[in-house]
Design a protein around this ligand. Structure first.
Ligand code: FAD
Length: 417
């Protein structure tokens, strides 16, 4: 990377706005955190670097919710409001609805307005202003240049623990033995046109002949509820999406694979399907995990561990797409476990939480907790926790877990005993 020259950046940065709670990143965790904090009467600003909310679910076209055995809280509300036909009668059921990423994007925009959350789009977190054990403000690149956003509480929902790392929180990346993360995948959609289509294979793409030639060595796609939309999860690029060189390679290689896989499908059962949607960015499964007050482990998951400070529950499988570029996927059944509040807390900061896929968890544990419904659940708990810390004028680590649970109940979260 570059040479050894460093530059000191000294700049007076104006404050654009102040809020009670600043949420960084508008994916599943960030949107839920913003809503839950706002419902507690807090002024919330949600900073999102792209033009849309929903995170990987919209930006990366990951437009299917994996089953977690618990349809509760804000996630349940979202299902009721956008995908009513899938709403289960009880909370502890598994559903895996496929949805339109465009509809979810629209829904989340409007939902934030209704919930009184101020969203700043095209607002990319650059740096945290830390004083001792507190974050005072975050520095953000906006369409008008660089500004500070002040807050009393901060929730990092960037998926990459970007704010945590900048603030000096220890973290790790990928597998213990070699630091390799799960590979990236560009998910795309095809549409049934009802008649044979022209098969396209742009120059430089691969001509896959058999299933074994495919990047994952398998077929992985879902037909959406009879409307002729095929969601395809079949590309695979090794690398860590939080590294400049890896993401650069992945953005071009995954697109090459997307065209190649679409062409393979057109020759193998999907003769009537055109390539209808390719999202603007490759999907990133795994990058950084903070070292928090508790680290969720493979044993916790396999043993179905329960915690007094539970904030989310899931029975989603261990699901590790091979980090070393091989074709396999390690899938192992999980009966159900709790994720404790402490996985979102750092040892170092008193007004800061991390929610979503970059919580404190091992490589194997994160492969199960990373799916969207669980990230919505974690975000919802984080937003309430930040509000309680303000109400009780205490550190984020010292909030009452009873009060957290009571507030989650008030926001329609139900935990299995
Ligand atoms: C290929 C792929 C397939 C998957 N399949 C499924 C599936 O089938 N079902 C399922 O439920 N889950 C699936 N997942 C997992 C799931 O999509 C993610 O783990 C989940 O979206 C993580 O939520 P999050 O809120 O933690 O982060 P993200 O969804 O990554 O959202 C993070 C948000 O923060 C924003 N952001 C990042 N950095 C900054 C910054 N510096 N400043 C401001 N904003 C920033 C991003 O733009 C984004 O909007 C899949 C993931 C991938 C990549």
């Amino acid at each position: 990377m570059g040479n050894e020259t460093t530059y000191e950046l000294k700049k007076q940065v104006k404050t654009y706005a102040s809020a009670d709670v600043i949420v960084i990143g508008g994916g599943p965790a960030g949107t839920a955190a913003a809503i839950s904090a706002s419902r507690k009467g807090k002024k919330v600003i949600l900073l999102e670097k792209s033009a849309q909310l929903g995170g990987m679910g919209t930006l990366g076209n990951v437009s299917i919710f994996m089953p977690i055995g618990n349809v509760t809280g804000i996630y349940r509300e979202l299902i009721a409001e956008v995908l009513e036909q899938y709403l289960p009668d009880v909370h502890d059921e598994s559903i895996a609805p496929q949805y339109s990423p465009f509809h979810l994007r629209y829904y989340l925009n409007e939902k934030m307005k209704k919930e009184g959350v101020e969203v700043i789009y095209h607002a990319e977190f650059i740096s945290a202003v830390r004083e001792d054990r507190k974050i005072k403000a975050v520095i953000v690149s906006t369409r008008e240049g660089i500004f500070a956003f002040e807050g009393k509480q901060f929730i990092d929902c960037t998926g990459d623990a970007r704010a945590a790392i900048d603030a000096g929180i220890p973290y790790s990346t990928g597998r213990d033995e070699d630091g390799l993360t799960q590979p990236m995948t560009l998910m795309f959609m095809m549409q049934n046109t009802g008649k044979p289509v022209e098969q396209a294979l742009p120059e430089g793409c691969y001509r896959y002949e058999t299933k074994d030639d495919l990047p994952q060595g398998r077929h992985l796609y879902w037909e959406r509820n009879g409307d002729g939309t095929l969601l395809v999860n079949m590309t695979r690029v090794k690398g860590n999406g939080a590294k400049i060189a890896d993401i650069n390679y992945a953005e071009t290689e995954s697109l090459r694979q997307a065209f190649s896989v679409a062409n393979y499908l057109q020759r193998n059962g999907f003769e009537n399907y055109v390539l209808s949607h390719i999202p603007n960015q490759v999907g990133v499964r795994e990058t950084n995990q903070i070292h928090g007050q508790y680290t969720l482990t493979e044993m916790d998951i396999l043993e179905g561990k329960r915690f007094a400070d539970v904030v989310a529950q899931t029975n989603y499988e261990i699901d590790i797409h091979s980090p070393d570029g091989k074709k396999g996927t390690d899938e192992r059944h999980v009966s159900g476990y709790d994720i404790p509040y402490r996985c979102m807390l750092t040892e170092e900061l008193d007004n800061f939480l991390v929610a979503g896929r970059s919580i404190s968890a091992t490589h194997v544990a994160m492969s199960s907790m990373r799916v969207q419904p669980t990230c919505y659940a974690l975000g919802q708990a984080a937003g309430i926790a930040a509000s309680l810390a303000m109400d009780d004028a205490c550190t984020i680590s010292n909030i009452s877990i009873n009060a957290l649970h009571e507030n989650l109940r008030e926001q329609n979260v139900v935990f299995k005993k």
